[in-house]
Design a protein around this ligand. Structure first.
Ligand code: SF4
Ligand code: SF4
Ligand code: SF4
Length: 225
């Protein structure tokens, strides 16, 4: 077996990018070319020890500078709050989110690795983490490289259109989403207000260096005056 493949097989296949590379396979390549092998925090000591054996090295701990670990989990979109901005779709490394511009989005449970990459870009904070058992995430993670590669290879509009036209599975997912969109009750004004409030709060913290704890009190004072 090639060294890259042996390394890749030991990585947890969450495709989270916390190792500072876009995906597990790229990190396996980087390790084979000499990059430190202690950057996969989600893999923890179990992955590190296997890599130590493969590489004949003896690093003791993963480098926590590469971010917190990731539990056995998936995410769920709170569909009544979703404003359909598509930012989560762009962020998802394995194309586990479906939806159309300005319409509700939904997570495909069978593909989501729980990598958390969609959470931060959501402007209305409507993506929540659901803890799962190890057995409920193993298949998604084992198959993630396939979906990661598929997303990479489907970057052009034409290829995406072809897949949408050809896949009965995608068509049935779209049908189900359309049905749920027609049947749901959404307060668009409340969702937009929530998004605007999130953006203002972010700006106060990032651009005006407010203490996050003071932002709510400040906005309340402004509204009262
Ligand atoms: S699981 Fe995340 S941190 Fe670990 S190798 Fe894969 S992309 Fe990198
Ligand atoms: S839906 Fe979110 S958590 Fe799940 S794989 Fe995609 S980006 Fe990661
Ligand atoms: S980022 Fe949030 S609001 Fe935008 S489409 Fe995704 S879930 Fe909906």
């Amino acid at each position: 077996m090639e060294l890259i493949d042996a390394i890749h097989e030991t990585l947890p296949q969450i495709q989270c990018g916390r190792c500072d590379t876009p995906g597990c396979y790229q990190y396996a390549k980087d390790i084979a070319e000499g990059a430190p092998h202690d950057r996969c925090v989600p893999g923890g000591s179990k992955t590190l020890n296997k890599l130590n054996i493969i590489l004949d090295k003896d690093l003791n701990e993963v480098d926590l500078a590469y971010g917190p670990s990731i539990k056995n989990q998936k995410v769920k979109i709170i569909e009544d709050d979703c404003i359909g901005c598509k930012k989560c779709i762009e962020a998802c490394p394995v194309d586990a989110i479906v939806g159309a511009t300005n319409l509700m989005h939904s997570v495909i449970d069978d593909i989501c690795t729980g990598c958390e990459l969609c959470i931060e870009p959501c402007p209305v904070d409507c993506i929540e983490i659901i803890e799962k058992s190890a057995s409920e995430t193993v298949e998604q993670r084992e198959n993630s490289q396939y979906f990661f590669d598929l997303k990479e290879s489907l970057q052009t509009h034409e290829k995406r259109k072809k897949l949408a036209n050809n896949s009965p599975e995608n068509i049935s997912i779209s049908d189900e989403i359309n049905l749920r969109i027609r049947n749901r009750k959404i307060d668009k004004t409340a969702a937009l207000n929530k998004m605007q409030s999130t953006i203002i709060k972010d700006d106060l913290v990032k651009l005006h260096e407010f203490n996050p704890n003071d932002v709510t009190a400040f906005l309340k004072d402004k509204n009262d005056s």
